[in-house]
Design a binder for this molecule. Structure first.
Ligand SMILES: C[S@@+](CC[C@H](N)C(=O)[O-])C[C@H]1O[C@@H](n2cnc3c(N)ncnc32)[C@H](O)[C@@H]1O
Length: 431
C-alpha cells in the first residue's frame, strides 16, 4: 500500500513512521511512504509556500500553486485526503475501509490551512483526527497511516489482533496483563490463569461492556449486543442522570393562539403519559401545576384511582407511574418541593416549540447544557399547555431549550410527544 505524504515538513515523519512494526512494514515493502515536499514546488528565491489570507484575520495560508504542482507530481495518487479539523472523523471503520486501497494521498495543512480552491480542483476528502486543533496535518497523517497500515494482512503477524481491539465490535477493549502474575500484592485476575477459555471469553466480554458503559456510553447505541450482554449491563451501576431530572406540565399561566394569558384544563391523557415517561426514565418526579381548585380536585381523583383505588389493583404498573406525580398550584411550589427533597435549588429549563426571536435573547439551551446541569444538580424542565408558556414563566427560568425539529417549519407535537422526545434525548437508554 502506498501513502503519498504531501507536506511542507517531510522530516516530521522520520521517527514515527520508521519505528516498530511500522518501520518493519516499510522495510519489507508492505507499506511504501512517498514524501512529497511542497516547498520544492514553490517558485521564487525564497521558495515561499504561504501568504496572507484575503479578508484579513490572523495567520498565514498555504498557497495554491505549490500545492497543485505537488499533487500533480504524484503519478497515481489514489484517494486524496486532506487532514482538517473540518473533516469527518477518522474512525476504526473508516480506517478498515481505507485499508483496501492501493494508494492514498494525504495533504497536510499548516498555519491557518490551505487556499480553499484546492478543494474545487481535486476530489479531496477531508478527514479529522478529533475535535481539537493541531499545528499541522502531519500528526493526523501519522494517526491515519498507522491505523490503516496495521490492518493490512501481514502487518501484525497474527491476523485477529485488529478484530479484537477497541471499536472493532463497537465496544472498548478489555484489559490485558502480562508477567509477573503478582506485583507488590496486585494480582492478575485469577480467571486469566484458569486455562478455561470459555470463562476467559466471558470475563473479557463483560470487561468490555463495563468499560464502554462507564467511559463511552455514547458507543452502546451502535454496538451489537446479545441478550446476555444486555442482561449483564443491567446488573452494572449507572450514572442515572434521570434521578436529577424533574418535569412539570404548567396549565397556568400559558398563552392561547392570540398570545393572551389563559388557563388550560388538566387532561387524563397528559397525566398518564407523562407519569409513564417519568417512571420509565427514572425521573425525580412529575408536577402537574394548576391553581384552579376543581382542576386540582379532578387530578386528585385520577391520581387516587390509579394509586389506591380500583386502578391500582387492575394495573399495578400504572400505580408505580402515578407515584411520580404531584399536583401543585404553580412552578414555585414545585421548586420548593424539589428543594425540600434534595436540599438543592433546581435549575429551571423551559421548553418551547418556537424559536426565541426577542431582541437580545440568549441562545437556546442545548441538550448538552442541560445534561451538564443534571450531573451536579436537580433540574426542573417545564412544559407548557395551550400555545406555550407565558412570558412570566419563561423569564424566571435559566433558559429555554432549543425546540425539537428546530430546522423545520412544522413542529407541532403534542406535549406528551415532546416530553418523550426531550427526556429521551437528555437521559437516553444508557443513563
Ligand atoms: C492550525 S490548523 C488550522 C486550523 C483551521 N484554522 C481551523 O480552525 O479549522 C493547521 C492544520 O493542522 C491540521 N489539523 C489541525 N487540527 C487537526 C485535526 N483535529 N484533525 C486533522 N487535521 C488537523 C490541518 O491540516 C490544518 O490545516
Amino acid at each position: 500500500m502506498n501513502f503519498h505524504l504531501v507536506s511542507i515538513f517531510p522530516q516530521y515523519f522520520e521517527s514515527p513512521l520508521s519505528s516498530g512494526l511500522m518501520g518493519k512494514a516499510v522495510e519489507t515493502g508492505l507499506v511504501s511512504l512517498d514524501h512529497v515536499d511542497v516547498r520544492q514546488f514553490a517558485g521564487g528565491v525564497h521558495k515561499s509556500v504561504d501568504d496572507r489570507p484575503f479578508g484579513g484575520g490572523p495567520g498565514m495560508l498555504l498557497k495554491l500553486d505549490p500545492m497543485i504542482k505537488a499533487l500533480d507530481s504524484i503519478d497515481s495518487p489514489g484517494r486524496i485526503m486532506m487532514l482538517s479539523p473540518r473533516g469527518k472523523p477518522l474512525t476504526q471503520a473508516r480506517a478498515r475501509a481505507l485499508s483496501a486501497e492501493e494508494d492514498i494521498t494525504l495533504i497536510c495543512g499548516r498555519y491557518e490551512g490551505i487556499d480553499e480552491r484546492l478543494l474545487d480542483l481535486y476530489p479531496i476528502e477531508l478527514v479529522s483526527v478529533g475535535d481539537f486543533v493541531l499545528n499541522g496535518g502531519e500528526a493526523g497523517a501519522v494517526c491515519l497511516v498507522e491505523s490503516v497500515a496495521r490492518l493490512l494482512p501481514g502487518f501484525m503477524g497474527h491476523e485477529d489482533s485488529g478484530e479484537e481491539e477497541s471499536f472493532s465490535a463497537g465496544l472498548l477493549e478489555y484489559p490485558h496483563y502480562t508477567r509477573p502474575d503478582a506485583h507488590e500484592g496486585l494480582k492478575v485476575p485469577a480467571v486469566l490463569r484458569s486455562g478455561d477459555h470459555g470463562k476467559i471469553a466471558t470475563w473479557r466480554r463483560e470487561c468490555s461492556l463495563t468499560a464502554t458503559l462507564n467511559d463511552r456510553p455514547d458507543m452502546l447505541p451502535e454496538a451489537s449486543l446479545t441478550v446476555e450482554d444486555i442482561d449483564f449491563l443491567r446488573t452494572l451501576p449507572r450514572t442515572r442522570l434521570g434521578r436529577n431530572l424533574y418535569i412539570a406540565l404548567c396549565h397556568y399561566p400559558v398563552v392561547n393562539k392570540f398570545g393572551e394569558k389563559v388557563a388550560v384544563s388538566v387532561t387524563n391523557l397528559d397525566l398518564h403519559d407523562m407519569a409513564r415517561v417519568a417512571r420509565s426514565y427514572g425521573l425525580g418526579g412529575f408536577y402537574a401545576t394548576t391553581p384552579i381548585e376543581d382542576q386540582k380536585a379532578m387530578a386528585d381523583t385520577i391520581l387516587t384511582h390509579w394509586k389506591q383505588g380500583a386502578g391500582s389493583l387492575a394495573n399495578p404498573d400504572r400505580a408505580e407511574a402515578f407515584s411520580k406525580v404531584k399536583v401543585f398550584d404553580d412552578i414555585e411550589a414545585a421548586v420548593l418541593d424539589i428543594e425540600a427533597q434534595t436540599g438543592q435549588c433546581p435549575r429551571l429549563a423551559a421548553t418551547s416549540a418556537r424559536l426565541d426571536r426577542r431582541k437580545n435573547a440568549e441562545p437556546a439551551l442545548t441538550y448538552g447544557d442541560v445534561q451538564s446541569w443534571l450531573a451536579n444538580s436537580p433540574v426542573l424542565l417545564i412544559f407548557g399547555t395551550g400555545h406555550g408558556l407565558a412570558e412570566e414563566v419563561l423569564s424566571k427560568t435559566d433558559g429555554v431549550l432549543r425546540p425539537v425539529r428546530y430546522l423545520d417549519d412544522y413542529n407541532h407535537l403534542s406535549v406528551r410527544s415532546a416530553v418523550a422526545i426531550i427526556v429521551d434525548r437528555l437521559v437516553a437508554d444508557e443513563y
